[in-house]
Ligand binder design. Sequence first.
Ligand SMILES: [Fe+2]
Length: 565
Amino acid sequence: MKSSCIVLGIHDGHNAGAALVKDGNVLAAISEERLNNIKNFSGPPLLAIKKVFEISNIEPQNVNLIAIGCLVRVGPPYADVNWLGRIQVQIAPYLHSHFFAKSYVKLLHLFRETKSLKELFFDLGISDIPIIFIEHHKTHAAAFYQRPWKEEALILTLDGSGDGLSATVSIGKKHKITRVAETTFYDSLSNNIYSEITGFLGMKRWEHEYKVMGLAPYGKDDGLIEEFKKIIRVNPQKPLEFQNIFDAYLYEVTKKLAPILVGRRFDNIAWATQKYFEDLLIQWVKNAISYTGIHNIVCSGGSFLNVKANKAIRELPLVNKVFFYPAADDGGTPVGTALEGYVKICKEKNIKPNILPIKDLYYGQSFSNDEIKEILIKTKWKKKAKLVMLDLEAKIAQLLVKGKIVGRFAGRDEWGPRALGNRSILADPRDLRVINKLNFAIKQRDFWMPFAASILEEDANDYLVNSQPARYMIDAFDTKEKASEIIAGLHPFDKSCRPQTVNADNYSFYKILKEFKKLTGVSAVLNTSFNIHGYPIVGSPKLALTTFANSGLDALIMENWLVEK
Ligand SMILES: [Fe+2]
């Protein structure tokens, strides 16, 4: 008997994954890439769907609703561009309108691919469970339900594009989200400026925008912004929408823009890209606040992974509270999709939804000491491993102080793109030389890119200007003078920080920081994701061991097992 309400949320496009929500609580969520080791995997998340049932110990037959995100599957704009995609780019300037965007989404929805998903539902015995599709920007906007306050909110979504749109403005009250404005795909601020420039600079669109953001502080104004103004703006007639005024979309933008970009310094291009992006974003946010009169904002969509832009929003005097959904990109949409499905069921049954504010993001799978032991034996690492049941955290802190680079694989996977201690590589942040060591050992990061820091929440104010809890590395802060003691965890040029403030909720990780402070007086460690460059964050102990073996990591801690080379 189904006495509770269980919803399976699925995203089968770019950054696919699945989530399981029971009575409004997120029981489990995991991205397919953590299971198949293909970064940003796009396609049916067949492994993730099975895994969320396994993690939460729920029988698939108990599901009440299957909610699939996106009316039309979202794919990266360049990979797999088929004939339909090319036609869309070519005709977009001529047929550009909300009507066109809506019509083609409606049309393509009729041909939406679900064959492999339906085969899996059959195998799981859930082929008779109702299926609904949730429009893409609604799956982002659902972050509203997990906001850390009760009052109403202004909800902003912004991404490259999804289901014909690239930005929306909504008002959220109780459990009702009312959209008041939307920007079409053609008018996409992120696709037409940020992603195209990312591609022009030789990096991957829809993946390496963060590298442009990291590069931006090194550059300066060389007049490029005047050229960007000819491409896109906030619509003067419709101030809650962006407007493409360039008569070109996606790669056609770059074609037209290339003569202006060629010959300019790459750091100046990055500076102008970030600055113009922030300028338009801030204008849009101000317009939305002024239109709605609401000063508490929820932001979601891949463009809000831009922590510098988020900082600019947070620092606006007009903004009271702001919640950046940590899994802001499409990888986070299975949770939003499932929550939207749950709210729909509640409305139909006239039940008040019960969704708790976000608490943490540890929604993935975990492994016991016994399971890890078995893997250590199978992989022949057991001889180099020891079980540390006492003072494990002190031992890790000692290793860090000795300059060792330590991989930590413990507890449940983090949801979203950031490693928040459980699938992290940790290092001593006091000495810049650790950056070279890390890059040589494993990360191979571009020379201009910063690393981040996990900071004891109670001491964050010592390091961060206008400090506040920032637990998900989705926001940036300027830093105080004392932050020079965690120099390797700051942006090397502007000394800003994208922190994770750590409290006792993740007790073992918190304790590592406390032990490190005991030894050094410093309240932070350098924290970077546990992966080899170009691969997803490690999803299994076996993969953690393979990564350990093929990198310069000095030690690996998996639950209570400590492996040293
Ligand atoms: Fe999106």
